[in-house]
Design a protein around this ligand. Structure first.
Ligand code: ZN
Length: 203
């Protein structure tokens, strides 16, 4: 079998992407070699520019190329409602439902002791600081329906300030277990937001 080092290198990198197996990686590598050089250049530059120009919003943690992000500075959005999500891409999923007009807080992961991910690895303290502001009236957990997602929700719930005027809720069950928010269709996700339930430690 012949090995062409630059193709191997490209294939290896593509195969590291989620959902891309070895065969698909090979097919993509050969496709990249078949397209006009300018198109391959654009792909490479888009990757570099996204990594260079995009960062986490210092307020909410979502990915943005402006500081703070467009959602945080949108006066038309209700800053008294915070939706807590695991990943920046979950913000996109929530936005697609068109049901949410509050603001977000991205944790950048879930608690996972097995993988050595503890509270200090997530954006939990910044969330607690935001919620300490009396203008916040509702916190909605829109976390993954997995054990780690639940554990993370419980951990934060116990740390949140108890104030009479603050409601802590979670998406209604309707999201299949383990699904990422981004793979849940907008209607289901939108419905589970509208039908959100009071958060309780008994699940
Ligand atoms: Zn923001």
């Amino acid at each position: 079998m012949i090995t062409i080092e630059p193709i191997n290198r490209l294939t290896t990198q593509l195969a590291r992407l989620p959902g891309i197996g070895q065969k698909t990686a090979q097919r993509l590598a050969y496709h990249i070699l078949d397209v006009p050089p300018a198109q391959a250049q654009e792909l490479a530059e888009a990757i570099l520019s996204a990594r260079r120009d995009v960062h986490s919003c210092p307020v909410c943690g979502t990915y943005t190329d402006v500081t703070p992000c467009a959602i945080c500075t949108d006066e038309g959005r209700d800053g008294s409602v915070l939706c807590v999500v695991c990943e920046a891409r979950d913000v996109l999923a929530m936005e697609r439902t068109r049901e949410f007009r509050g603001k977000y807080h991205v944790l950048h992961g879930v608690l996972s002791p097995m993988d050595g991910i503890g509270p200090s690895d997530l954006h939990i303290n910044s969330l607690l600081e935001r919620v300490a502001n009396p203008s916040v009236k509702e916190v909605i957990f829109a976390l993954r329906a997995t054990i780690e997602g639940d554990t993370t929700g419980y951990y934060i719930f116990k740390k949140l300030p108890r104030r009479d005027e603050i409601t802590i809720s979670t998406l209604a069950k309707g999201i299949a277990i383990g699904n990422d928010l981004e793979y849940t269709d907008e209607l289901t996700l939108g419905r589970s937001l509208v039908n959100r339930v009071k958060f309780s430690l008994n699940g």
